[in-house]
Design a protein around this ligand. Sequence first.
Ligand SMILES: Nc1nc2c(c(=O)[nH]1)N[C@H]1C(S)=C(S)[C@@H](COP(=O)(O)OP(=O)(O)OC[C@H]3O[C@@H](n4cnc5c(N)ncnc54)[C@H](O)[C@@H]3O)O[C@H]1N2
Ligand code: MOO
Ligand SMILES: [Mg+2]
Length: 408
Amino acid sequence: MRPVAEHAAAVAALFAPTATEWVPLGEARGRVLAQDLVSPHPLPPFANSAMDGYAVRSADLAAVSPETPTELPVAADVPAGRTDGPALEAGTAHRIMTGAAMPVGADAVVQVEWTDGGTERVRVERAVEAGQNVRGAGGDVTAGEVVLEAGTLLGPAQVGLAAAVGSGTLPVRRRPRVLVLSTGSELVAPGEPLRHGQIHESNGPMLAAAVDDAGGRAELLRFVPDDVEQFVRTLDDALAARADDPVDLVMTSGGVSAGAYEVVKDAFTGRGVTFTKVAMQPGMPQGLGLHAGPAGEVAVVTLPGNPVSSLVSFEVFVRPALRAAFGHPQPERPRVRARLAEALDKPAGRRQFRRGRIDAVAGTVAPVGGAGSHLLAALARADCLIVVDEQVTHVDAGETAEVWLLDG
Ligand SMILES: Nc1nc2c(c(=O)[nH]1)N[C@H]1C(S)=C(S)[C@@H](COP(=O)(O)OP(=O)(O)OC[C@H]3O[C@@H](n4cnc5c(N)ncnc54)[C@H](O)[C@@H]3O)O[C@H]1N2
Ligand code: MOO
Ligand SMILES: [Mg+2]
């Protein structure tokens, strides 16, 4: 059987780094910046008041105290946004609001609480030092400074900073586009009634959600029965329809094992896709390669049909490769070690990915459900994968294991 790492490297090699596209700021969250972002101007762009109060010359108030207050004429009113504020004459004050530009000639702001709040004249009860309550131009960012480096993952703060330096659009790495196609004659769309022998199609919606969650762009095709001709036609029609915005990956589920109706295997064998057994559980039967579709060659990964097998295979092989393709700074799930809350047994020869729940405070992890690759409810309750190596057959409670955090 093929080692997990070897298959992971082969899946990663299917992806080319994605190109750059420009997106409006509102679509930038979760994307990776493609070029350094340089601020064309300083931040703050101009010296401004940090308080609602009165702009003054600190020297005019040197002798002021609560016992010896002074009164200054209020010569101007400077709300935030005023662009034509006059200069401050010695011995006067300007009423000023937070964020308003400091008048030329003023070097400090007396907050309104230290005054009587007057509009014609203002009584000031305390002295201020030069620079007090003034936010200097460029105190945050200087003109020409790189504020965000290429490769930065854009979260709320980064989007805010980009807006603050005046960027309405940003160059980001394109999200890999993934077509998801499930197979199985037993499948019925969720929402439709089941007959005995049928199940609802769950891999497609699950894998499409996993692609989007990883930062890719999923398109879920209508699942097909175990019919080679219908499978190939559905796939090629979908690829032809997307010829001008090519697909980065076709990801199928089901039809790759040892049975009599292995539609994916039958359709792709001898046509660029190779099928292997990987030394892992779940997720043993895997396939990958290049399909000569109507719009050119397209990368293909075929995941096993058992629901837990398909999502675990996605986690182990596709997710890190997909994220690396668009330059995500953290392609892999965070990995920690935790003490097992109960003992685990497994067969030798395959690396096991058991579903678990972690208690980060206690540093322990508890298996959720058994090893069966149909146990979707247990997967949905899990927040981590417990990784037990190929050669290990038993882990005692209290021993540590590698854990992949699925929420990270
Ligand atoms: N004789 C052998 N049988 C099996 C072997 C083997 O080595 N020899 N391997 C087992 C392992 S391990 C796995 S994993 C599965 C993989 O099978 P396939 O990829 O061919 O998947 P299917 O047979 O089509 O389906 C398996 C299972 O999953 C359900 N399924 C499939 N698609 C969906 C879907 N879209 N939504 C929900 N559930 C789905 C399907 O009904 C089956 O129960 O093969 C083992 N067998
Ligand atoms: O390897 Mo299969 O993926 O166990 O269920
Ligand atoms: Mg099937």
